[in-house]
Design a protein around this ligand. Sequence first.
Ligand code: HEC
Length: 493
Amino acid sequence: MTNLRLTFLAALLLFLGCDAGDRGAPDEQFRMGATPLGVQTIATHLDVLWELVWGPDNHIWFTEQGGTVSRLDPKTGEITHLLTLEVLRDRTSGLLGMAVHPDLKNQPYVFLNYSGEKADKSRFSRVVRYTYKPDTLIDSLVILEYPGWKGHFGARVAIAPDGKLMIATGDGAQFGNAQNTASPNGKILRYNIDGSIPDDNPIPGSPVWAWGFRNPQGLVYVGDKLYSSGHGDAVEDEVNLVNKGGNYGWPHVEGFVNTEKERQFVVDSVIVPPLRSWTPTIAPAGLTYYASDKLPELKGRLLLTTLKGNSIHALELNASGDSIVGDVNYFQQLYGRLRSICVSPDGDVYVGTSNRDWNPNGFADEKDDRILRIYALAEKYVDKQAKNAIVEHKGADVVSRGEALYVNYCASCHKTNGRGVDGTFPPLIRSPVVTGNADSLIHVVLTGKKEMPQFSFIEDKDLAVILTYVRKRFGPQSSPISASAIQAQRADR
Ligand code: HEC
């Protein structure tokens, strides 16, 4: 290479380096209203990105479910590994949520929630504070250890604007936990960052801040307001505004009070309703807030990633932040299961995929799991023909009402192709329960069985459509199921 060429190259690099607002050419691009968007993959071959945090050091801190904590330089893509924890990874347990102290210089603390197993095989979850020292995490201090079972591990952690540590825990799939204020499960808990209990908590001497949660999967502060997302059972996934001392109802009230049993419960209990609930369920996960002007369509909205829904919901808050007044769903079914999300101060959105988790949906790409950057695209890259970021799946993969209902209510576990997940969700293809006697099929679906939720909330005529579809598709010899057969079984129960 001649000297002249080298000088030119150096000048070009300098020019690119100086143009801080330019994220470069996108891997893919979209339109979001009037805003051109770029999407880039900035990290690949990761294993279930459970948490993404934009740190005060302008790096992305992330956890992987298998137990690793790392730090990514978003400018260069360089990843520094900080810690590997020995965790119990069984379906939804493992290394889960993380919070990085916003004042990392003076308070060099990182908080982790993970699950483990003791010598006697009993399971636990733990919230631990580590001290960050470049490039490692040292001096672990256990803030809280609480019981774990087989499911509903939650969990997220967050630092409040008043410097307190907030922890969202799952109920462990144990019926009594969420309403029992002596149990740490199914709660939002509040601690000082040294592990002591603040003296202004609602129940003196207790870390409990709010209760009645099933399985929280997202937690974020917007100003001094705390929002959480969580999984319902077969209905009513939720986003909540978490109030001090609030009871959020689980397991007696799912989502809004809309059944007779729930109306009975609230006769003498005060329940805080969710801001929004989703039936069919979407499996909401990571929650963050978008405050920047860069992507005006997202400004003032909570961003919620979904696992089952394979998308990002932009939830518009009203001025006082106590109501959700708009819900736009972006990138549906483009990148698979999305679990974690954070936003940089200059308005780039970072999303972590969860396609290698316990409930795969066929999306896992050789490069998964990945961290994606979604950003305002510089004019020079804009293709006027770019697709809309609101993806319409009209008729694309839904050929009948039966299939649509099956996809909504059943496919998250039994899969669109009916093959289930080995060792976790049984296949419906050629299942004797599907092809056999209509009454036993109706019975399983109305009453549920172990980890299969009950679907008695679905109306007879819709359930008949689903079960007839299931019988035709997965057991081609079997007869249709009528609404009256379902009604007859309900009457018998
Ligand atoms: C949250 C996950 C989940 C969802 C959603 C779900 N199921 Fe299941 N289902 C299961 C599990 C787990 C079992 C096994 C229960 C057991 O025997 O322990 C099961 C069992 C079954 C069986 C019995 C299969 C056999 O061979 O024993 C049928 C039939 C069935 N489900 C149908 C449905 C239908 C129809 C829907 C939608 C309306 C549905 N399921 C939704 C988890 C789910």
